[in-house]
Write a new protein. Sequence first.
Lengths: 206, 206
Amino acid sequence: MNEGGKRRTRIQTENRGKILEAALEVFSRDGFRGATVDRIAEAAGMSKPNLLYYFAGKEEIYRTLLEGLLETWLDPLREMDPDGEPLREIRGYLRRKLEMARDYPRESRLFAGEMLRGAPLLEPVLKGELRELVEEKAMIIRGWIKNKKLAPHDPKHLIFAIWATTQHYADFDTQVRAVLGDDGEGRFEDAARFLERLFSDGLRRT
Amino acid sequence: MNEGGKRRTRIQTENRGKILEAALEVFSRDGFRGATVDRIAEAAGMSKPNLLYYFAGKEEIYRTLLEGLLETWLDPLREMDPDGEPLREIRGYLRRKLEMARDYPRESRLFAGEMLRGAPLLEPVLKGELRELVEEKAMIIRGWIKNKKLAPHDPKHLIFAIWATTQHYADFDTQVRAVLGDDGEGRFEDAARFLERLFSDGLRRT
DNA sequence: CCCTGCCTTGACCGGTTGGTAAAATCGACG
DNA sequence: CGTCGATTTTACCAACCGGTCAAGGCAGGG
């Protein structure tokens, strides 16, 4: 942190943190346009002008949030080890991704909202960093398939499927809870069991 | 249509249609709060007061859209036939759902946006109609499992997985295209191949 | 005590937004 | 043609929103 030599006082560090936490809460619920600086300020426990003393504007808060979160968000995929046992690696990735949906649903919704809008701010990262990372991991998976360790599947669509099925439990939580009703308590454990079996049996070489 | 005996002139029918089409375009891109009545009016080719002559307000347009689309949206699931061959029925549902993501991405995004916001308008439908429909189809799948036609899986999470993987190609289209790059042209065909195999092999009794 | 730099606030501003009032226009029918 | 209801437009408003400004509080160093 603190790159570019930006010195920060203790109060600045604290208040920027409070603002980002509040902004995550508000942006993830209402989207970029739906969120108001007033509500973020209120959630952060300070006045609007005070908030704007720490951030130049609404978009800068949003951008800071997105960029800060992106690294965390891609980490689980980075951890996929080319030298590991294929099915184990994929199951591990699936599990880590589902845990993130469970533990960081607001972050997941923030990204989802950005995607729905056409990702005006994230587009360069999607076409650059993300695309390269996926390409790299797709190569690994293709290697596993070539070595007959995995059934032949399109690696990128496999990754999409893992993203989709796990993030669903964060982004569509309302729907999931509504459908499951009172059985919704153990939904993440049930989902983990289901998804691990689906992908294991779906990918195993028979 | 025209329930409740609401008489409509030809112009009313036409203009309400134009407004709903324009509203789908705008709401699906910008969300409920991000959309403005002005932009909807412009997209519909009429002035704002004129638009408000046909609909009482922004929310009524949005609500009308959601309710009208819901039936269409649930139809593919309704078509799942308890007397059909299990794997064939599930593959068929998967295929129909993916075709909807391809042919009606705006509708998919509209629902996704509503879910992200916590589904304030749709909640009753989710807890009522949708929940009952899923419960009914889950029973059918449980029957198939009992008759050893299908590997034992949690039926509701299976349905979630189908929703998630198919809608992903509409809601996260920006991401999918960014990651696939120039290979993105045949993404729906590739997705169909991948998903049919994944679910077939993942659900088949071995 | 005062100066100084960080932090906070209330008052305010221009632009946008959802929505309204009322007058003007249209068009089907006698 | 003339009438009357349906439709459209012009002008407008109050609320809200992102952001600014100038004045003040506050703590530490002299």
